[in-house]
Design a protein around this ligand. Structure first.
Ligand code: 5GP
Length: 140
């Protein structure tokens, strides 16, 4: 997403030059990643961060996110492949740390409006510690 903004020449009354500056719209997750907001952080490296969901839906509910702000799965580019792969290897590590790897768990990534994604920064939910239940109801 890009927004048009005035540059300094426009403020000085000079001939305006069209300028498009991309605006990265951060979410609360970026502040958690930078440790500007508190969280129960379990893991962080140069590509991804994992922290406990503030409103856990199962005994283990961890969010694994890329450090770079990527809005949805639809916004992933080839440059993001390392971070996307790291999300899975970190999921495996956290499952072992949490002691849920043998019983199993569910990984969910919601995307966009129909996917009911609430926070527009890609995140993988890890849910476990109990049989998490059927994947989806059969309606619609
Ligand atoms: P989504 O519906 O976008 O897939 O999931 C967003 C998740 O982020 C929800 O499970 C919600 O509880 C979690 N969440 C929202 N705000 C915060 C926060 O400030 N801290 C933490 N740790 N989790 C959050």
């Amino acid at each position: 997403m890009a927004k048009s903004v005035m540059n300094s020449a426009q403020y000085n009354g000079k001939q305006p030059e069209p300028e498009i500056i991309p605006v990265i719209e951060e979410t609360i997750f970026s502040k958690i990643i930078r440790k500007e907001l508190p969280s129960s952080m379990l893991y962080q490296d140069e590509l991804v961060t994992a922290f406990r969901d503030i409103n856990p839906l199962r005994p283990t509910h961890v969010l694994i996110v890329p450090n770079r702000h990527i809005t949805t799965v639809d916004d992933i580019t080839a440059e993001d492949e390392a971070a996307m792969g790291r999300m899975f290897t970190v999921a495996r590590k956290i499952a072992r740390d949490e002691g849920i790897n043998e019983d199993g768990y569910r990984l969910i990534i919601n995307c966009g409006e129909h996917g009911r994604q609430e926070v527009p920064h890609i995140h993988m939910h890890m849910l476990g510690g109990v049989d998490v239940g059927p994947m989806l109801s059969r309606k619609g």
